[in-house]
Design a protein around this ligand. Sequence first.
Ligand code: PRP
Length: 231
Amino acid sequence: MREATMTRSKKAMAPAPRAAGALLTIALPRGRILDEALPLFKRAGLDLGAAEKARAGRKLIIPIEELGLRVLIVRDTDVPAYVEHGAADLGIAGRDVLEEQDRDLYEPLDLGIGRCRMVVAEPEGRPVDESAQVHLRYATKFPEITRRHLQARGTVAEIIKLYGSIEIAPLVGLADRIVDLVSSGETLRQHHLREVETIFPVSARLCVGRVAAKLRGDRIDDVISRLRRVI
Ligand code: PRP
């Protein structure tokens, strides 16, 4: 179950986050989202520069005592698991990852970073005729999103799960169409694929575990309020 908002603390905002109690643990995905998240956190008064330095030195668990925070650097697709099971109190994950896994998390804030879109695409020279073709195949890293999309459209098709380089699947006869993320559109262009439709726009969101929201609500609300002011 997903919810758009969490209750917000009414207490006045402290000038700097307090390091009271155990460190608040935040799971961050390595890659583009992390690159965009760090300046955002800095503007919010949460300088995670230490995480950047430690990451360069291959450290994946980074305590930042002065902020009362601990950063975990994980794979983007693993963020929801850490948060749902309480190993991290909160995390940042793309809407693509959250929708695909559909876990039991709060999503109190869209950070507006890591923007791209989830699309259906097909070869420019070999458009699918949905009324005539009987055995359609869709290749994707996102089988659940694809399944729900096809179901909503009443389309029956086989879904082939891949782990990357999705764009080549229709070019070598593995699939008729793909469901994938598009950012600049350059990969589609390079492979002569055209966008058939956008399933949804994607950006990164803050996600919070249910237990953490209950037990550490004030600290999490402080982080949310700070970020909300700068996005
Ligand atoms: C992503 C996505 C597309 C590409 C889109 O792949 O799956 O292939 O980026 O970006 P563009 O529209 O700017 O060209 P990623 O780089 O994560 O690699 P992957 O193919 O291994 O998943």
